[in-house]
Design a protein around this ligand. Structure first.
Ligand code: NAP
Length: 232
């Protein structure tokens, strides 16, 4: 059975990816950081191992992969957002968001690669955002991390293709999770109005795209928008 490790799988999009990959027949490993209760509940619900690690900490990520063993599908989903005007951003804000979103992705890919290269098989799926493609006012740092993830994913697709490893990126639009809990009903209505399919996204919409990329041997280096047509 193939093994899939999903980072940031205690809640939101990551939890939906874990459920969908389990339903698709993978042996799933759930990574979490703070939300232990939610992670353990999901672990019991779907029958998946849960491993705590802050993805920004290379040593913790190394220990997680030692415990996980060989991983065939890596979903680098863990992420945080900061909504501030550029002028209000502090050095700590910049460091933390890059450490989690970008360096966290790098840390996990580094640890997953030796066994993928040895097996000449791997599926790496990274999590960008619509804002990493088009930029977002008051989210310059978040958008920059998500743009960096696109550059990383495209480059690794070229470098790792000969080793049987595909690398693709999912770029969700606005998805109904805790990350968007600050949006008022008025803003949600406005977003729906501007979206061709007239809704915001569900976590399952992103999980479906992740499962597709996990199963697609001839698709690599792509940025798959899951945004209801908000950005075409
Ligand atoms: P969420 O509901 O806030 O969940 C974030 C997840 O990331 C949680 O499971 C959290 O785990 C985990 N996480 C955060 N920091 C971590 C760290 N240092 N180490 C390990 N795990 C960490 O967010 P979401 O909306 O599901 O977003 C998931 C991904 O999709 C993110 O990369 C986000 O940028 C991206 N995305 C989201 C949207 C959207 O509209 N929601 C749109 C585009 C892209 P703990 O709670 O256990 O700490």
């Amino acid at each position: 059975m193939m093994t899939a490790l999903v980072t940031g799988a205690s809640r939101g999009i990551g939890a939906a990816c874990a459920r969908a990959l389990k339903a698709a027949g993978y042996d799933v490993i759930i990574n979490y950081n703070n939300s232990e209760k939610a992670a353990l509940e999901l672990s019991a619900e779907i029958g998946a191992k849960a491993i705590r690690a802050d993805v920004s900490d290379a040593a913790q990520v190394r220990r997680m992969f030692e415990e996980a063993g060989s991983v065939d599908v890596l979903v680098c989903n863990a992420g945080i957002s900061v909504s501030k005007m550029f002028c209000d951003m502090t050095p700590d804000d910049w460091n933390r968001i890059f450490a989690v979103n970008f360096v966290g992705t790098v840390n996990c890919i580094e640890e997953a690669l030796p066994s993928m290269i040895h097996n000449k098989f791997g599926r790496i799926i990274t999590m960008s955002s619509i804002w990493g493609v088009t930029g977002a006012s008051c989210e310059s740092a978040y958008s920059a991390t998500k743009a960096a993830i696109i550059g990383l994913s495209k480059s690794l697709a070229k470098e790792l293709g000969p080793s049987g490893i595909t690398v693709n990126c999912v770029a969700p639009g606005v998805i109904d999770t805790d990350m968007n809990a600050h949006l008022t009903p008025d803003i949600i209505e406005e977003l729906k109005y501007e979206t061709p399919v007239c809704s915001i996204g569900k976590v399952e919409d992103v999980a479906q795209a992740v499962c597709y990329l996990a199963s697609a041997p001839f698709v690599t280096g792509q940025v798959l928008g899951v945004n209801g047509g908000f950005l075409i």
